[in-house]
Write a protein that binds this ligand. Structure first.
Ligand code: T4K
Length: 374
């Protein structure tokens, strides 16, 4: 590969979309005028309502980030004991279990979708299992029907880590309407961002009310506290940003789609490169562009990662290493490599290519050409 031109800017794996600053100013003026900065103010309420409408879900509770939302969701459902989850995710997924004194039980992933393999879940269920926490990895939906059948059979709760799945729809509408709760991330690196932020999607008002108590210290009126809650509230600034982002979201997802299509068409001819997804979504969000570098490719995944990096193209190995390989998890019985061979293999082949609104087509084509071997 050609050495990097020191005057050229590096390409990131992702870059957040920012609306024109001038469009944010009226909201900031309102916040300055009213001095309502947080604790469920008007922007917070409006964003919850607008997200319900846009996402096609019944109830949304905004959070400061998805990690606190995951921790709170487990509290709201009173999950304990063991929870079946995927080792192929960002570490926040299983950290939320540890923060609740729950033991993660890692189960292998499906080699096509890279999501929890439902055919392997039942064998991992014990008398201590209380829930399943799958991840819609890269926004590709899990096999929600198969997971629901298992959950019903064994009376387990299902908490979807839907951090990547903003706006994703499957055969029966929003993927967020499956399971007992779904958790979204609005982090800067996500399709829809509020700088930092997240949300829990609840199926009924009772659950939303419970979650809203939990994210506000358990406060119920001026003189009453009914739960050992946490502070998980989103501020008015973040909510105002979110409302502005929503105006652009369809356009942003369309831009991502065009980038994904360019990658797909250019990379399909490269020996040893396998594009992951998109699968049977009715509506995808193109939040990541993952490829697998197989043994047939002319160099290893890490060699490709390093050579792209050396010329300023920053890809990411999401998710390598597996969560189960980190020192705090590696001694769990389910962390043994032999327990999830597919996840282990795929985590050594995965590479996420740069995808974000505003990336130039010429850059995308250059990345493809470099991968092809130009
Ligand atoms: N569950 C799942 C499945 C998740 O993937 C995540 C988060 C969570 C739960 C928890 O969600 P939150 O609690 O964060 O809401 C990033 C993100 O920090 C993390 O949110 C995300 N998943 C994870 C997959 O990726 P890093 O360490 O890779 O981010 P970083 O800082 O290296 O950023 C990646 C690239 O993005 C940089 O090369 C440059 C660009 N960037 C990043 C930031 C933060 C910008 O251009 N501007 C920015 O402000 O973890």
């Amino acid at each position: 590969m050609q050495p990097r031109d020191p005057t050229s800017k590096p390409t990131f794996v992702t870059q957040p979309f920012l609306p024109p600053l001038s469009e944010l100013l009226p909201s900031l003026e309102k916040i300055w005028e009213t001095r309502i900065l947080t604790n469920g103010g008007p922007f917070h309420q409006e964003l919850e309502a607008e997200l319900c409408r846009y996402l096609g879900v019944k109830y949304v509770s905004l959070f400061t980030n998805a990690t606190v939302a995951l921790i709170t969701a487990l509290q709201a459902l009173k999950i304990s004991g063991e929870v079946i989850t995927t080792p192929f995710s960002f570490v926040a997924t299983s950290h939320s279990l540890l923060w609740n004194n729950i033991t993660p039980v890692f189960v292998d992933i499906d080699k096509q979708t890279l999501n929890l393999d439902p055919t392997k879940i039942e064998a991992a269920i014990t008398s201590k299992t209380t829930a399943i926490m799958p991840v819609h990895c890269y926004g590709n939906p899990c096999d929600v029907d198969a997971i629901e059948l298992i959950a019903r059979k064994y009376n387990l709760k299902v908490i979807y880590d839907a951090a990547h799945a903003f706006g994703v729809e499957c055969h029966c509408g929003s993927v967020l309407n499956h399971g007992d709760l779904s958790i979204l991330s609005f982090h800067a690196t996500k399709v829809f961002n509020t700088f930092e932020g997240g949300a829990i999607v609840s199926p009924n008002l009772e659950m939303k009310t419970q979650i809203d108590y939990l994210k506000n210290f358990g406060i119920d009126g001026e003189t009453s506290v009914i739960e050992a809650g946490i502070n998980g509230k989103m501020s008015e600034f973040n909510a105002a940003l979110g409302l502005l982002q929503l105006k652009y979201i369809d356009e942003l997802i369309e831009q991502r789609k065009q980038i994904a299509l360019t990658y797909q068409s250019q990379l399909q001819r490269v020996t040893g490169i396998q594009v992951v997804g998109p699968f049977d979504q009715i509506k995808a969000n193109y939040s990541y562009f993952p490829i697998l570098i197989t043994d047939e490719y002319r160099m290893s995944r890490d060699e490709l990662y390093e050579s792209l990096k050396s010329i300023g193209i920053n890809t990411r190995r999401y998710f390598y290493p597996l969560i189960s390989e980190f020192p705090i998890y590696q001694n769990l019985p389910s962390s043994d490599k032999s327990n999830h061979p597919e996840a282990f293999k795929l985590s050594n082949q995965i590479l996420c290519l740069p995808i974000f609104p505003g990336i130039q087509t010429s850059v995308v084509k250059k990345v493809c050409a470099l991968i092809e071997g130009d």
